[in-house]
Design a protein around this ligand. Structure first.
Ligand code: ZN
Length: 512
């Protein structure tokens, strides 16, 4: 039994299945590096059989991540397991996660198999996965709606077949904390060989109970929690990693066990994931929301000034929630820039650092003080670069309350090298730019989401535009920052159009 609760992060697999979230390989790698710095025990990097992109992402994470176990998901069928094993081949510590649905609803309607056939699939799946790797996890999908005696039988058989971790997923978010804890406790009583495996939980948040259910299960003996940054995941999402970790840390008196997570990286990791997925976190989100440590009431503020613990159960420093720091100025050099971004947890190669330095110099001319949030915003933009088909060279706007807004845009088509310039009108300057980009690229798309926020304080702050396009069912996100919001709008749009064009976002099959 581990002496800590194993944190199994599924941001890159279940989290990436969130409607609206889609990550390319470079973005997944960046998140994987952040998870490694956070010291999560296991990173579930994807579901290799589902697409070549997923395979590639798991393979790259397996190559580059050294500090955490890297896991790939597979149904309990041969081709899935073989593909997961291939993707995980370069991993230092590979894990194959095999699953099959065990509940009557799934057996009858989805699998059309009997209890004994499903049991056989589980055993064969675990056995086959063990022929490739030592570390195999098994999940009876929809465990919380499976007959408890049959569940116990499947769990025992999976452990006998060599599963070192057995997960009891609440796939549909149906569980209630006390009953779920009883289910976990009953397995400890009825499964004879349970001491040979780590019992894990994987809770969905359909009733808002994912974190509560996970914690109740830990109290009942579970020693692995599957969770995701910001609670991303199918439908209402998974248990939020930051909440599980901080509940265990803050109430160690109650649980008597902790995790190995480096908690002061939680806020930065949350921010990175929000930026790259385009799914932002609500202000009042526990632990990592903007308001998580804000005190508005006079009585509370007075208490905090006299003694912080009067109204704060966690120290903001412990989750890395410090106010944005002034880091660099106009005269800062390449070396200072490098050490600042490294301190923030980013890994950049020389070429990326050169590009970043050029962006930084342009920004420093427009904006006297550069905060760490400014730097994070441009680093994250550099990291999300996709192979460009279209490059925005310049744009010009004429607009006003008595004019028809008109945009002139110049775009280079990278495949042919030719430059095209065109003009278009619109309902406003942003609309005019977007109409013009559509004309030049020939890609028609609908803007389904458009948001703008100030990265830091002050009138000279950078504006961050994040948007989402739908082009005949192909959806793509785009994001860009600039001190000029029209420039940020234009660049974010061209990025998203590039992603649509590259067809980066194929449909993914869902699991668990
Ligand atoms: Zn799930």
């Amino acid at each position: 039994m581990p002496d800590h609760v194993v944190i199994f992060d599924t941001t890159l697999r279940d989290g990436e299945q969130s409607p609206g979230a889609s990550l390319n390989t470079a973005e997944k790698l960046e998140i994987a590096h952040a998870l490694e710095l956070l010291k999560v025990d296991v990173i579930e990097a994807g579901f290799p059989i589902t697409s070549p992109d997923d395979f590639e992402a798991v393979n790259r994470v397996a190559k580059e991540v050294r500090g955490s176990t890297v896991c790939g998901l597979a149904r309990a069928v041969e081709r899935d397991i073989v593909r997961a094993a291939e993707a995980l081949e370069p991993a230092k510590r590979p894990r194959i996660h095999v699953f099959v649905a065990t509940s009557p609803i799934h057996r009858e309607h989805q699998l059309r198999k009997s209890k004994s056939e499903v049991l056989k699939m589980a055993v064969e799946g675990v056995t086959r996965a063990r022929s490739f790797v030592e570390d195999v996890e098994f999940s009876p999908m929809d465990a919380s709606r499976t007959e408890p005696d049959y569940l116990a039988e499947v769990v025992a058989a999976a452990i006998d077949a060599g599963a070192a971790t057995v997960n009891i997923p609440d796939t549909v978010g149906y569980a209630i904390p006390d009953a779920y804890a009883e289910l976990i406790a009953s397995l400890f009583e009825s499964v004879g060989n349970i001491g040979k495996a780590v019992i894990s939980v994987h809770c969905h948040n359909d009733l808002g109970l994912a974190v509560s259910n996970s914690l109740a299960a830990v109290k009942a003996g579970a020693r692995q929690v599957e969770c995701s940054v910001n609670g991303l995941g199918e439908r209402a999402g998974n248990a939020a990693l930051e909440e599980v970790v901080m509940a265990l840390r803050t109430r160690r008196d109650h649980f008597g066990i902790d995790t190995r997570v480096v908690t002061n990286r939680l806020t930065a990791t949350s921010h990175l994931v929000a930026t790259l997925t385009g799914i932002s976190v609500q202000r009042n989100k526990a632990v990592v929301g903007e308001n998580a440590f804000a005190h508005e009431s006079g009585i509370h503020q007075d208490g905090i000034l006299k003694e912080r613990t009067t109204y704060e159960i966690m120290n903001p420093d412990d989750v890395g929630a410090q106010a944005s720091k002034l880091v660099l100025g106009k005269h800062s050099g390449r070396h200072a820039l490098r050490s600042s971004v490294e301190e923030m947890g980013f890994t950049l190669d020389e070429k990326q650092l050169d590009d970043l330095f050029a962006r930084f110099k342009v920004l420093a001319d427009k904006k006297k003080e550069i905060y760490d949030d400014d730097l994070a915003a441009i680093v994250e933009e550099e990291l999300t670069t996709t192979p460009d088909l279209f490059e925005l060279l310049s744009f010009h706007i004429s607009s006003g309350n008595t004019l028809v807004p008109t945009a002139t845009v110049r775009i280079r088509k990278c495949e042919t090298g030719e430059t095209e310039c065109d003009a278009a009108t619109g309902d406003g300057p942003v609309d005019a730019i977007y109409n013009c980009v559509n004309r030049i690229t020939g890609i028609e798309s609908k803007l389904v989401d458009y948001r703008i926020r100030a990265v830091t304080v002050g009138r000279d702050a950078q504006g961050e535009v994040s948007l989402r396009l739908d082009s005949g069912g192909v959806k793509a996100n785009g994001r860009a920052v600039s001190t000029d919001i029209l420039e940020a709008s234009a660049r974010a749009y061209v990025r998203a159009v590039n992603r649509v064009a590259a067809g980066l976002h194929g449909q993914r099959s869902a699991a668990q």
